[in-house]
Design a protein around this ligand. Structure first.
Ligand code: SAM
Length: 293
């Protein structure tokens, strides 16, 4: 009796956590459909509403991306998704009228990758999801205790490498490693789509010259990592990357979307300068600092 009750309780929990509750979205012009990731996984990556995972109109999810070296639409050919989570962008891309030819997603979270492997596919599209066995106290506490693993073995002809809300969770040494790996993945005409929390280091005079990031959580500092804008420009210069487009955050202190392409330039910023919505760039001047009290 007790075992039967336990089994019933478990299947009720499985059902509530399953994707079945949220329905599916039909793939345009096909008899296929895609499920929504379960609520527990949506909570793990941030947005929980199914609308944030959907693309019922089948439009290109980031617009034409006629930026940097690319023609309109060209970026959507071969996509690498670094830190794909439970396939939010993958799902939206697969629902496009014109889906990518090839899509590869990697993430440290083994459960989310298993879910994507099982549920996110479309006939005629080469889709692959791989577990990236790197440690993270929040996302992957059971993984091997290593900070980085290469990505360049996946190829060098991706038209777009996407890293949405990933560099916002990586330590400086991981960021340097992975930005270089992402650069190695793109074709000469490819672009990187990245998001970042930025701050103006002039507002944090206690930072030593070798310190470029700020954290918010002492259990898992990588819960949110803010980077000095000037440091990113230096790093891009070293990696021979240039900024080709920026969508600045409209909400003070939130993520900024930065598009990068291969190249060298005196000014790698592409002329983009942080507006007042980026931490420490708005309002008044930083308070005067005369050294420690
Ligand atoms: C805020 S979520 C964003 C997920 C997805 N990009 C999206 O927009 O829905 C951050 C993701 O980065 C992944 N992640 C964290 N560290 C990583 C690493 N070193 N390599 C690959 N993925 C990582 C996490 O597992 C998580 O899925």
């Amino acid at each position: 009796m007790f075992r039967r009750l336990k089994r019933m309780a478990k299947s009720a929990v499985d059902y509530v956590q399953s994707d079945r509750l949220d329905g599916t979205t039909p793939i345009p012009g096909s008899d296929e459909e895609l499920a929504f990731p379960p609520l527990q996984y949506r909570r793990t990556v941030g947005p929980t509403q199914t609308v944030d995972f959907d693309n019922p109109s089948g439009q290109r999810i980031w617009g034409d991306l006629a930026i940097g070296p690319l023609e309109a639409g060209e970026a959507y050919g071969k996509i690498f998704d670094f830190g794909c989570g439970c396939g939010r962008n993958a799902r939206q891309l697969l629902l496009q009228h014109e889906p990518p030819q090839r899509y590869v997603g990697v993430d440290v979270h083994p459960g989310m990758i298993r879910w994507c492997q099982k549920h996110l596919k479309r006939r005629g599209v080469d889709v692959r999801f791989d577990h990236h066995d790197v440690w993270s106290p929040t996302y992957a506490p059971e993984n091997s205790r290593r900070e980085t693993l290469p990505l360049r073995q996946y190829g060098d002809d991706f038209t777009l490498v996407n890293a949405h809300s990933v560099f916002t969770h990586l330590y400086e040494r991981q960021t340097e490693f992975y930005l270089e790996e992402c650069r190695a993945l793109i074709a000469d005409r490819g672009i990187l789509r990245t998001t970042w929390f930025f701050f103006n280091r002039e507002w944090f005079p206690v930072l030593a010259p070798h310190q470029h990031s700020l954290f918010v959580n002492d259990f898992d500092p990588s819960q949110a990592v803010y980077y000095d804008w000037g440091y990113l420009l230096d790093l891009l210069r070293r990696l021979e990357l240039v900024i080709v487009h920026v969508n600045w955050t409209s909400k003070p202190g939130y993520q900024n979307e930065v598009y990068l392409a291969k190249g060298t330039a005196e000014d790698v910023s592409g002329g983009f300068t942080p507006p007042p919505t980026v931490l420490g760039f708005g309002g008044s001047e930083p308070p005067p600092y005369d050294g420690p009290e």
